[in-house]
Design a protein around this ligand. Sequence first.
Ligand code: UD1
Length: 362
Amino acid sequence: MTHILCVVGARPNFMKMAPIIAALKADGFAVTLVHTGQHYDAAMNDVVFEQLRLPVPDVNLEVGSASHAQQTGEVMKRIEPVLLEKKPDAVLVVGDVNSTLAAALTAVKLGIKVIHVEAGLRSRDRAMPEEINRILTDQISDILFTTEREAEYNLAAEGVARERVVFAGNVMIDSLRANLAAAVPPSESAGRALPSKGYALVTLHRPSNVADPRVLKPLLAVLGEIASGMLLVFPVHPRTAARIKEFGAGDFLTAPGVIALPPASYLAMLGLMADAALVLTDSGGVQEETTALGVPCLTLRENTERPITVTEGTNTVVGTDPARIRAAFDDVVKKGGKRGRVPEYWDGQAAVRIAAALKQRL
Ligand code: UD1
């Protein structure tokens, strides 16, 4: 039996891994699940695991939060003995978080094959920690599964051999399709009645947006302005909550029209996204999910590693300039926003294709 050791660390890994593990098991692979413990709060972690019916991890490395070097180093130190003991035929990592790179680097140095799901995405912004994780993980991976065609060109440009790359589609959308019918009604998540397609959903967590008061405060100011015309639902990431408090900007969270919530569960988030008039976000995954749902998305960053959400989907990259955000919001309200279409292979079958390809290649 081929044995694959799957690694997750942070929230956006969970929805990608759930369908992969199900498909691997259905195809007769032996699967071990390792959680690095990068995310640990119940709201970011346990609830999401349960909702996605992910198996309880065989091992939890409990690395927790720390600087990038410490977090990455701790995962490496703690996962090495696990790999030596479990002796998997391959290690499978998803996405671009610190745990992704740390597990891949440890495995490759032990001579274990590395499989990277969601390979080849590039923002070309090296100040973004995830961009470094993406580039390095792809360089040391043996089998690379991509979500969009552009990723293949990126990998080719970096010298990754064509035969290592497989276009499988988007496993995050597998999860979305499998769970949409069970989404939590938005009013339940918000604790009050919400007009269908009559509110905006906001998520903000990137250090580039929340670490500096000179960026965060103007962002909150324009969001507050928007909230005076349309209800704004804002599930707040723990880092963002801490910075808002530190910068003395807590008034925003209780401003009229702003519904601040603790981090939303996966099923709550699906419900909130699906019924929103539009979503404003700096998340990567949310750009893809809104494209799959056909809901307009304004990305509060200067770039995206997921260009297909712009060329085919509902996404517009608007940056962090308040005037631009305001204009883009007004435009969506006036014209209804981009409709888009669902990209190739974002069809709920990506994990099945991945398992089938691995059966051939391992
Ligand atoms: C990580 C990923 C990012 C992903 C995000 C989703 C990296 C480099 N970044 O960023 O790509 O979009 O997850 O959330 O891996 N914290 C808690 N409870 C938790 C986890 C974190 O309170 O369960 C707080 C801690 O103060 C911590 C901070 O959030 O310092 C940041 O956590 P960390 O794991 O470093 O990265 P994220 O910003 O969540």
